[in-house]
Design a protein around this ligand. Structure first.
Ligand code: APR
Length: 247
């Protein structure tokens, strides 16, 4: 058994390339709502009213208000990384340079858990983007109508640094390269409803081992080799422990 485990671990330590995709489900047990569950954000407010460029052009105050409220919630110290975020940070520490975390989430819980090789493909609530210089700057406060860009000083030109429907996700080239090279793809806490993230498993299956960790089967569940269904704070630490034991 020891020899087998050692061999398995050696196999694991061979140039492993692990891509982990996360969605709102990983932050649910930290107290942040998901989008499509019964108590989700899109059950309270319509996408076309707050999460499209047209919505922002039509009623910027309403859109700023929606993201200011979500940013204010994220400043609440009661909202903290959970065991799932922490397990992914541990996986990165134990496999330096081999784990890339691609999140659809705009919260900062992965960073606060200690993950560093992280891509926010839908942007970040705690950054503001300037519509004059196009720079994104750290921003934890409300965005007011006369807020000045920290980079170029333009006033009243800041928007949430969040990708709206109809806009291009960020870092897609880097993500595509990582998907091309990975031999393990793990999808956590996402319903598989929104592209391009929902298409990642189809890109890698057959070439990489594919695993879904989710409360319940997602839209793309049938495309995964393996699945563990349950709350992220249970299934993610369990999966990471097994992976680090050489499973
Ligand atoms: N543990 C694990 N999974 C959970 C938990 C939990 N505690 N609670 C809910 N889930 C799962 C749900 O079963 C669902 O499959 O998380 C998933 C959340 O799905 P969505 O609400 O659709 O969120 P997400 O997949 O991240 O949405 C993708 O849509 O609205 C856009 O830009 C937004 O990034 C978001 C994108």
């Amino acid at each position: 058994a020891v020899l087998h485990a050692a061999a398995a671990r050696a196999d694991l330590l061979m140039a492993r390339r692990i891509v982990v995709l996360t969605g709102a489900g990983i932050s649910r047990e930290s107290g942040l709502a998901t989008f499509r569950d019964a108590d989700g954000i899109w059950a309270q407010v319509r996408i076309e009213d707050v999460a499209t460029p047209d919505a922002f052009a039509r009623d910027p105050a309403r859109v700023q208000g929606f993201y200011n409220a979500r940013r204010a919630q994220l400043r609440d110290p009661a909202i903290a990384p959970n065991a799932a975020h922490l397990a992914l940070a541990r996986l990165e520490r134990e496999h330096p340079g081999e784990v890339l975390l691609v999140t659809q989430n705009v919260d900062d819980l992965h960073e606060r858990a200690g993950s560093t090789r992280l891509i926010h493909m839908h942007g970040e609530l705690m950054k503001a983007r300037c519509m004059s210089c196009h720079g994104a700057s750290p921003w934890r406060a409300d965005i007011a109508p006369d807020s000045a860009c920290p980079a170029c000083d333009a006033r009243g030109r800041l928007r949430p640094h969040v990708v709206w429907f109809g806009e291009m996700p960020l870092a897609m080239e880097e993500i595509g390269a990582a998907l091309e090279a990975c031999d393990l793809f793990v999808s956590i806490g996402t319903s598989g409803n929104v592209y391009p993230a929902a298409g990642f498993v189809a890109e890698v299956r057959g070439r990489a081992r594919t695993v879904e960790l989710n409360l319940e089967p997602s839209e793309g569940a049938s495309l995964f080799d393996e699945a563990m269904h349950g709350p992220a704070t249970q299934v993610v630490p369990a999966f990471v422990d097994a992976l680090l034991r050489g499973a």
